[in-house]
Design a protein around this ligand. Structure first.
Ligand code: HSE
Length: 299
């Protein structure tokens, strides 16, 4: 028995939608899994090869084990091959992709004992927040909340396909550190600020009214605090705006930054990368599109 799953990169928050909004991008990891006569053989190709553990502490394997345990089945011998396009620990949902990819592949090998909601609950127990995993499983743009330990979510229908400028600085920031700099409470006025923006953002996405995106992507809940541990972020935001982007946001907990630029995305990308370069920070750049599909069994 073998299966191959494709799972997209994801960007969480989209500015004001902290821990709620998620978006799948057309940058993918692949999980190939085959049952064998015994033990675990795990290979990693692409992003994270040489860094990602290849023993039983591997996140894809841990999620696989969970599925079989949950289904009351013995974990079979497995050959797992991970082909990763998503950079690690950069705010593009690499851990969500490993979690969701492992769950979906294992669920298929186990004869689909678990439904979508059960898979999401297992993913949530590992990831702790709902935004990346929901978008990684279902694709598109999603709004998700945690209610009594389970995820309630809806897809946000998007009026027009759009391009996203993705700038990935050459340093890591763990989500744990990026969350440790957040305050325990915020002012009522800042909460009101974000509620207005997130409402506008959802309306802009569903109607395709991009002219409001510069306001709709503003945030006071997490980005202002994280900026202090993310060198180059402020300058890249300014560069995006000056180059004509309609809003720039931190992707998840960073350090990657996304800019919404319908026109001249190449110029926006160039200017943002130049801003990092002026601060001595190397970057990778990409122009992505939304991935309408989430984790998919492709073979
Ligand atoms: N919503 C999470 C955060 C995403 O911003 O901490 C982490 O990838």
């Amino acid at each position: 028995m073998r299966v191959k799953v494709r799972v997209p990169a994801t960007s969480a928050n989209l500015g004001p939608g902290f821990d709620s909004l998620g978006m799948a991008l057309d940058l993918y990891n692949y999980v190939e899994m085959e049952t064998t006569t015994g033990g675990l053989a795990l290979e990693v190709v692409g992003e994270g090869a040489g860094e990602i553990p290849r023993d039983e502490s591997n996140l894809v394997f841990l999620m696989t084990k969970k599925v079989f345990q949950e289904a009351g089945q013995a974990v079979p011998g497995l050959a797992i091959r991970l082909t990763n396009g998503i950079p690690l620990a950069r705010g593009l949902g690499s851990s969500a992709a490993a979690i969701v990819g492992g769950l979906v592949a294992a669920n298929e090998l186990a004869g689909r004992p678990l439904g979508r909601d059960a898979l999401l609950t297992l993913a949530l127990q590992e990831e702790g927040h709902a935004d990346n995993i929901t978008a990684a499983l279902t694709g598109g743009v999603t709004a998700a909340c945690i209610v009594h330990g389970a995820i309630r979510f809806l897809p946000i229908p998007v009026a027009n396909s759009f391009t996203v400028v993705v700038v990935i600085p050459d340093y890591h920031l763990s989500t744990r550190v990026a969350r440790s700099v957040l305050p325990d409470s915020i002012a009522f006025s800042d909460a009101v600020h974000n509620i207005g923006r997130v409402a506008l953002l959802v309306a802009a996405l569903t109607t395709g009214r991009w002219q409001i995106m510069d306001v709709a992507t503003q945030d006071r809940l997490h980005q202002p605090f994280r900026q202090h541990v993310l060198p180059g972020m402020a300058a890249a935001f300014d560069a995006a705006q000056e180059a004509g982007a309609k809003g720039a946001v931190l992707s998840g907990s960073g350090p990657t930054i996304l800019a919404f630029a319908q026109e001249a995305p190449e110029r926006v990308l160039l200017e943002m990368r130049a801003a990092y370069a002026r601060e001595g920070i190397a970057t990778q750049g990409r122009i992505c599109r939304l991935s309408p599909t989430g984790a998919e069994i492709i073979a």
